[in-house]
Design a protein around this ligand. Sequence first.
Ligand SMILES: Nc1ncnc2c1ncn2[C@@H]1O[C@H](COP(=O)(O)OP(=O)(O)OP(=O)(O)O)[C@@H](O)[C@H]1O
Ligand SMILES: [Mg+2]
Length: 375
Amino acid sequence: MKMEIKNLSLLNFRNYEKQRVSFESGLNLLYGSNGQGKTNVLEAVYFLLTGKSYRVRQEKELILWDQKSFYLHATCSVLDRIISLESYYEPGKKVMKVNQIACKRLSDYVGIVNAVFFSPDDLSIIKKGPNERRRFLDLLISQIKPSHISLLNSYLRIIKQKNNLLKNEKNIFLLKSQLEIWNQQLIDIGSKIIINRAEFTERLNNHSQKIFKDIFSPNYNLSLNYFSLGKKDVSQALKVFPEILENKLLTEIERRTVIIGPHRDDLLIDLNGKPAKMFASQGQQRTMVLCLKLSEMEIIFNEKGDYPILLLDDVLSELDEYRRKFLINYIDNSARQTLITMTDLEKSLFKKGKAIYQIINGTIRRENNVSSFGK
Ligand SMILES: Nc1ncnc2c1ncn2[C@@H]1O[C@H](COP(=O)(O)OP(=O)(O)OP(=O)(O)O)[C@@H](O)[C@H]1O
Ligand SMILES: [Mg+2]
């Protein structure tokens, strides 16, 4: 069986009061005017698969206005199994279930069914600061290695403790000796995070280089490098990690805050050797993000032996004709499951005979019946 979402139920999620929808293998096209609930459907799927929204930090924003909780359910297939995923949320309480069993940790849940999400907002991966890029990397790694989530949580705790200490401990002798203990842990956990991120950067780089030449032009070279502890050479950075921390100790004490560690690292994205953020055109940047997402698909495929579900939110209007055709071709010709949202105008771009849904004001209406399209 393929990695697929078979059906989805939403209860009081965003602008959906009560809705159930079945999806098909291959392409599922969701169209409608602005503000009807297209993005909300993809958000629901993403939330079920990852336990997070990619849009908000405050989960209570996901509850239908004036309601107290939301509930999502999906039946998915992955390799030889059918899996039921459920999410229930009310402020202060979040329950995620796999096959009716509640998961204690996010890492028990994430990565069972994989998805790659791509929306115009993802341009921020290139345009904005390093934290967007670290987040992109960490989300990818977490889908494949759930242990990465625990590493990140432990790391955050260490940074928090270290910061507390730097702010509150007045006795310089005590401060130094305690900082040394925390630094040791920071090195242990931080190194593992750096190693994961560097490894996945290399994998992304290998796929993206080729894909970018295909979509953009053979004359352009996209390259990705993980930039750790102020160094481009990661093995060198790891080697001198203890030294770097020691050298910064006095500055940290002076400024009363943690100033170095993988929480400050970056993923460098270059076009022909120059930072894409500064020199690539808008369209090139969009193509690069598309490239990163398609590389993510390939990495998950290599790991899981199957392609993740592809969630594309409103991405067609952002691309020029050539790039748009490339993407449509990619989706049209692949057997993998794709949920794509678009406005009314763009749906004619696709071949006929796909599953088509119209979304109007929080209701999803299937336009063609199951027998009328090929799988
Ligand atoms: N918690 C909520 N409760 C009720 N409605 C909400 C909630 N959050 C968002 N909405 C509404 O849901 C509607 C649909 O939002 P959505 O982002 O899915 O639209 P869309 O179809 O993707 O539109 P666009 O084409 O503009 O991207 C919006 O009108 C929005 O105001
Ligand atoms: Mg939208």
